[in-house]
Design a protein around this ligand. Sequence first.
Ligand SMILES: *[C@@H]1O[C@H](CO)[C@@H](O)[C@H](O)[C@H]1NC(C)=O
Ligand SMILES: *[C@@H]1O[C@H](CO)[C@@H](O)[C@H](O)[C@H]1NC(C)=O
Ligand SMILES: [Cu+2]
Length: 377
Amino acid sequence: MARLLSFALLAVSWLSLFGLVSADAVNDLFKKSKPNLDAQLAKSKTCTKDKLEVRKEWGDLSATDKKAYIAAMLCIMQKPSKLDKTKFPGAQSRYDDFVVVHMNQTMSIHGTGSFLTWHRYYTWSFERVLKEECGYNGTQPYWDWSKWSADPEKSPIFDGSDTSLSGNGEKINHKASAMTGAPAGNGGGCVKTGPFKDMVVRLGPVSPAVDPAPPRNPRTDGYGSNPRCLRRDISNYLSSRYLRTQDVLGLIQNSRDLATFQNVMQGAGGFGGGGMGVHSAGHFTIAGDPGGDFYTSPNDPAFWTHHGEIDRVWTIWQLQDINTRVNIVSGGTSMMGFGRQQSLDDLVDLGVVGHKVYKIRDLVSTVDGPFCYTYDT
Ligand SMILES: *[C@@H]1O[C@H](CO)[C@@H](O)[C@H](O)[C@H]1NC(C)=O
Ligand SMILES: *[C@@H]1O[C@H](CO)[C@@H](O)[C@H](O)[C@H]1NC(C)=O
Ligand SMILES: [Cu+2]
């Protein structure tokens, strides 16, 4: 009996050592915590089960649903900006408004206490604008990185079909990324396939991380109009190392507190030393311009599915213990922990793309405050 038990334990540790976790492991964790979602709903002041919206993985949407999301995104790219044209000449569409708001606040929303809540509200606001200004009926889809981590170019998000968010950039000769150390990917040039092949990127660059460098913006703040193509440099180099099921599972299971969770998620070093957090790994799997630019990354149409997944992973982490993991904030007001510690009463203001200024405490739960959504399992 004891021998059997130790054999079983040995088998388990070998399995995790080799990363042979079930592909459904993260989903299983989510399923097991569903009673906690019900408990959250029972306490919610604003959201009820019958109003609850469900966000799905891109690959699980029907072709019709995918096309509706794509059409709504193309629609807000045609609607006029609500920003002052003299201050933000590069912001010509409603979509661009989102990019400007992210550029403007970049230094206070990454590596800070507001990172998770800010990006939750930001992604939700994008979904809301698609609905309210372009008649979209669906929810914000997410990119389950792990499902496609072996070959992201084959994923339904990046396969270049008319139900994708466009494919890789054209393959051009270029240097390895100075930012991540990843070798040159399979693209690097302009995206020439799928619904966003004719998209015009105008804002930035601000901190370009691609070779060859994009043309410089006419203004030092990056808000000038700098029309150019959408570029990507997708490869499996980062995804096959840092976005596998065991990477996401490890992030959720090994992060005992919020500071650890958000630092590892965004950090240079994952658990087990070295490596890269899932947040950076996702962004630099898309890479290119603006995808690999810290400031202007929302200008790539795949940004929202990436941040949908960031939000989903945080949601699953929160649901493991709703008494200690929801009503909290951790981190400072400026990047890398400088500035004062943030509090739940700090404000999150999305300007022209938000509909209200919220406190961080209003944005910590997906089923309270302005939110009433969850993720499929
Ligand atoms: C940029 O940020 C400042 C300070 O947070 C804010 O006052 C201003 O309204 C922001 N501008 C835009 C366009 O979001
Ligand atoms: C959204 O749903 C409404 C009501 O069901 C319908 O009338 C409308 O055509 C739908 N819009 C889109 C873009 O599918
Ligand atoms: Cu961001």
